[in-house]
Design a protein around this ligand. Structure first.
Ligand code: NDP
Length: 299
């Protein structure tokens, strides 16, 4: 029997942990705000660990899902830290959308203790996590992934080995940079069309059977922008972080990437203007302010 610990019961971590609670035995959960972990443990009959060390102690697989890799690194040390609990032979699976350099540093620290590490960010959003149908992109040793794959299948449908340590982080960052770019450029285009007298719903109807379509045009604009619903599922602050990582990867690889850099700068500005709790799709409201156009059908 594989014992699993899950740390980080945020918007996406919670539904991931829910699948683990239902599909594995003896799950332990830890969260910085202890009340969330206590409520989760009570609801699903799993163990609420008092510290990262307590969660990791005796666990074969420890899964983390925090905003940034630095949050994982900061939890390694000290008497309550992960390293105090992780045993040789255990594996840390980091589902944070992290950055390759920090993941590589964490892996090196763990390797000194005989603990394996893979970076394993996810995509599919909160809805995909709720269905247990996330895509998981993995960097690290293929044999380590093979060992933990049955655990990841509790919440992942498509699990892809992308390459060495940090490759999962890099793929995730580029994917999300494309999401950001599509969101922003669709907002600009639809604002221009609205001002030119075209109903955005009509424009999207055309675009979505034409070559300009994207997840933004097919799902996010119809469901969240035209309806003005803007549900909060994935914070703009996190998308800003992801685009920044993609631009950083390009710089490190000495690949000229002006579009990634521009997108990173635009999302940093929007994040600073809109705050920590705004949803990523609310960046469209920022474009609306810049253009003076609301992207909605005429009344
Ligand atoms: P949230 O902001 O909803 O939750 C973050 C979680 O991390 C909370 O449990 C929070 O604890 C905890 N946390 C934050 N800072 C620290 C810290 N310094 N030390 C310890 N714990 C901390 O984020 P999400 O769940 O949305 O995202 C988590 C990761 O998954 C991110 O890397 C994100 O980019 C990625 N992701 C998110 C998706 C989504 O749709 N939401 C989709 C795909 C990937 P507390 O409860 O105390 O605040």
């Amino acid at each position: 029997m594989t014992t699993v610990a899950f740390l980080g019961l945020g918007a996406i971590g919670t539904p991931m942990a829910r699948h683990l609670a239902q599909k594995t035995q003896g799950l332990r959960v830890w969260n910085r705000t202890a009340a969330k972990a206590a409520a989760f443990a009570a609801e699903f009959g799993v163990t609420h660990a008092a510290s990262p060390a307590a969660a990791a102690r005796g666990a074969d697989v420890v899964i983390t899902c925090f905003p940034v890799s630095g949050d994982v690194e900061a939890l390694l040390d000290g008497p309550d830290g992960l390293l105090a609990g992780l045993a040789s032979g255990a594996t840390l699976v980091d589902c944070t959308s992290g950055d390759p350099a920090t993941s590589q540093r964490i892996a090196a620290r763990l390797a000194e203790r005989g603990v394996a590490f893979i970076d394993a960010p996810v995509s599919g959003g909160v809805a995909g996590a709720e269905k247990g149908e996330l895509t998981i992109m993995v960097g690290g040793d293929a044999a380590t992934l093979a060992r933990v794959r049955p655990v990841l299948e509790a919440f992942g449908k498509k699990i892809v080995h992308c390459g060495g340590l940090g490759a999962g982080d890099a793929v995730k960052a580029v994917n999300n940079a494309l999401l950001a770019l599509h969101l922003w450029s669709a907002a600009e285009g639809l604002a221009a069309l609205r001002k030119a007298g075209v109903d955005p719903a009509v424009a999207l109807d055309v675009i979505n059977t034409s070559s300009g379509r994207s997840n933004a045009s097919m799902n996010l604009f119809p469901e969240r922008v035209l309806t003005r619903a803007f549900p909060r599922t994935f914070r703009l602050a996190l998308l800003d972080k992801d685009v920044g990582i993609a631009a950083q990867v390009a710089r490190e690889q000495k690949v000229p990437a002006p579009m990634l850099q521009l997108t990173a700068d635009l999302f940093r500005a929007a994040h600073l203007a809109m705050g920590e709790e705004a949803d990523h799709v609310e960046v469209v409201k920022w474009v609306e302010q810049l253009t003076g156009v609301t992207i909605a059908s005429p009344a």
